[in-house]
Design a protein around this ligand. Structure first.
Ligand code: HEC
Ligand code: HEC
Length: 342
């Protein structure tokens, strides 16, 4: 069974956290079993390769050691993925982490640093949370807690996990995490490339990874944004919080997005009115420039669908009502491409 299939199975069981943990363990252990099966598979030139099955290559063994230049490493694969004390590659690029960020609280509050990284850059499948206004940050945790912020895509497993994590946090932990991540400025790490052809990719838990070797090639991008690591091993395996992403976007999307963002294009309201002239945030309202375009599209869509409907989300309703998915893609491409200064 592939990891993707396991995630599909999770659709109905995400409310049960213990079950979720068990599934994750199955995934991790299962991949080692998978590795065994692959090496046992007949090398007969007849059995099709991984690409035909859309399966990810087996994960490294948890004891495999990795290192990054100038880091506090080496760390084992197990340490890198430890949900209650994930590896901190670059302890000097951020202030001292509060305990909840670095270690979480066993068993239901996973360390924020695992998914959002110690420096708050996050990944396309979760969220960049550095530089968010403190009040906004706290309100989002409240919205998750009160089931006012869910994903419009029921198979998006990690948003359900975020809900469980929020529900397990104390007021003090919320305050500390908001203060910590809010103290760091947002710096972009996504490079937007307009194109109509992209490398054929497979989906590894949360992100597109180009296929190498057999099955590699190019395919049409179509109407989507494909966010993929600049360096697959560093981003995906080592969870390097400095390894950025490329966002392939449709040709012309940046200019169309700019028109919508700055003038409304007859379909929406100028974003700068509320998000600040530089779109880096204003008071309660968060910055939206230079962030993951997949994240941005997801939020616009979730808000339009009403699955994200927190205490202050209604201010965004008139903004998204007239937007089609294609407009959201254009907006996200432009926002991600913006040169931002702190
Ligand atoms: C298992 C991975 C995971 C962990 C661990 C995690 N989060 Fe999240 N978090 C997510 C995902 C996924 C989202 C985005 C949900 C979406 O796109 O709908 C998110 C979103 C957020 C947001 C909203 C960001 C925004 O711009 O609105 C905040 C705030 C946040 N998380 C805080 C935390 C804190 C604090 C912790 C630690 C106590 C934490 N998260 C731990 C996965 C995680
Ligand atoms: C009338 C004020 C207003 C306008 C205009 C506005 N926004 Fe917002 N936006 C908000 C508020 C308030 C929030 C926080 C919502 C919440 O608390 O859930 C927000 C949140 C967002 C988010 C989610 C950010 C995150 O970190 O999750 C995105 C993306 C966004 N806005 C995009 C846009 C875009 C694109 C435009 C212009 C086309 C725009 N907004 C115009 C008020 C506004």
């Amino acid at each position: 069974m592939s990891v993707i299939e396991m995630f599909r199975l999770l659709r109905v069981s995400t409310t049960n956290f213990l079950q979720a943990i068990t599934f994750l363990l199955v995934i991790i252990l299962g991949q080692n079993v998978l590795a065994q099966n692959i090496s046992d598979a007949p090398d007969d030139g007849v059995t099709p390769a991984d690409w035909a099955y859309s399966v990810a290559p087996p994960s490294p063994d948890i004891n495999t050691v990795f290192d990054l230049p100038g880091s506090a490493g080496p760390f084992t694969y197990g340490q890198i993925r430890n949900a209650f004390a994930p590896a901190d590659w670059y302890p000097d690029d951020h202030p001292t982490m509060p305990d909840i960020v670095a270690n979480g609280r066993y068993p239901d509050v996973w360390a924020c640093a695992l998914c959002h990284y110690p420096n708050g850059k996050g990944r396309p499948e979760n969220a960049g949370i550095a530089g968010l206004p403190k009040d906004y940050f706290i309100q989002q945790i409240r919205d998750f807690q009160n089931n006012m912020r869910k994903s419009a895509q029921p198979r998006k497993f990690n948003t359900s996990l975020m809900v469980t994590i929020a529900q397990g946090m104390t007021d003090q932990q919320i305050e500390e995490a908001a203060e910590y991540y809010g103290s760091m400025p947002w710096t972009p790490w996504v490079r937007v490339v307009e194109t109509d052809e992209v490398p054929k990719s497979r989906f590894v838990v949360g992100m597109y990874v180009p296929i190498e070797g057999e099955g590699a090639g190019m395919e049409p991008l179509g109407m989507r944004i494909m966010e993929t690591p600049e360096d697959v091993e560093r981003a995906e395996i080592m969870r390097d919080p400095t390894a950025g992403f490329i966002a392939y976007a449709p040709i012309g999307s940046v200019a169309k997005g700019q028109e919508l963002v700055t003038n409304g294009g007859g379909k929406t309201i100028q974003c700068g009115v509320c998000h600040g002239a530089d779109l880096m945030g204003l008071g309660y309202v968060p910055g939206i420039a230079g962030r993951s375009p997949s994240y941005t599209v997801r939020q616009l869509y979730d808000i339009k669908m009403g699955s994200r409907r927190g205490t202050s989300t209604n201010l965004m309703q008139p903004v998204v009502t007239g937007l089609e998915v294609e407009d959201m893609i254009n907006i996200a491409a432009y926002l991600a491409s913006m040169d931002i200064e702190n």
